[in-house]
Design a protein around this ligand. Sequence first.
Ligand code: PLP
Length: 386
Amino acid sequence: MSPIRPEIAALERSGIARIAVGALDDPDVIPLWFGESDIVTPDFIRAAAIAAVDRGETFYSNSRGSAPLRQALHRYHQRIYGLDPADERIIVPGSTMLGVMLSAQCMLGGGDEILLIGPYWPNIGSVSSICGARTREVRLREGPDRWWLDMDEVADALTERTKAVYVNTPSNPTGWIMSVDEQRALLELCRKRGIGIISDEVYHRNVFSGRNPAPSFFEIAEEDEPVFIVNGFSKGWCMTGWRLGWVIGPKHLAEPLAVLAECNNTGATVFAQAGGVAALDEGEAFIATFAERCRTNRDAINEIIGSHDRVSMLEPEGAFYAFPRIEGVSDSLALARRILTETRVGLSPGYTFGINNESHLRLCFAIETGRLTAALERVRGVLDNL
Ligand SMILES: Cc1ncc(COP(=O)(O)O)c(C=O)c1O
């Protein structure tokens, strides 16, 4: 008998990796499949990290985050939300991805269940499996004007075994931004049922209308309840390669979270954290410029893809993805493969984002506008011939 846990032996890479593998190094492919832009991290952030390396900051540091970055996170929360988290609540374990993993490790064990608000980022499914938990899903309602969460469906999907709800707002892949009312209703329901929340807010600064930052569970949850606000630098500041993020966790878990950070990664890369300080303190102008580019790109996608008569597409409110439904399509992987072969444009197949997404494709629209529109015109050509 194999000593490998069956949950681990069964893990598979997401549909995004499945389609991208083999075409990753092809310079002719316009990549709309991954969640990142083509903008190199701004120079003031790079310079701060380079200066840290030059100062010799190459040693182990506090696994809960370096003192300067922790202080910067206090300033940042105070500035954008008007609220300062208790110091015990802040942890900087490494990437946002790792923050999600740590939060799940706090709540999920063998036989537990987690409810995913879908369509969802595929890695959360794998995180749940790694922890030995089973997933259930409540899919957002689609339309007529926007994506929205039916709270009765959520209540019905919770079971005796449910330990946590995972929600990602602004959302990958739909661009939905959870309203404050929806957040309050979910929090109330979870409180009543003794269930925790993992709120993945990594796109909190990628917002097209309404307040930037998007509404956060940080603003409404008590400091000691089982609500984990997971965040990071990748999406707002174009720092995907830095692997840097933070969690605002329940106050009483400061010690266990420090141990988890220690055992998963022994803290985030020390000179990357110096870049993080610069991003938080000096990044507002960049955030605004990047959001403006994405807003322009969102309009282009509405016009070129959203207007096609086979497409129904709700306008993304945040993040930087469109998630159109293509009428008559029932195999999203086959369609994504066809688009890749015929047009050299890389898209993600809908099926990988949870149930009932086989007619959908996900397009990341964070790249340079001219290149994006060229890619979209090619995709439209394939839709014309379906
Ligand atoms: C919803 C969501 N959460 C977390 C992550 C991981 O972010 P990071 O690269 O900062 O670890 C991603 C990346 O695509 C994401 O889309």
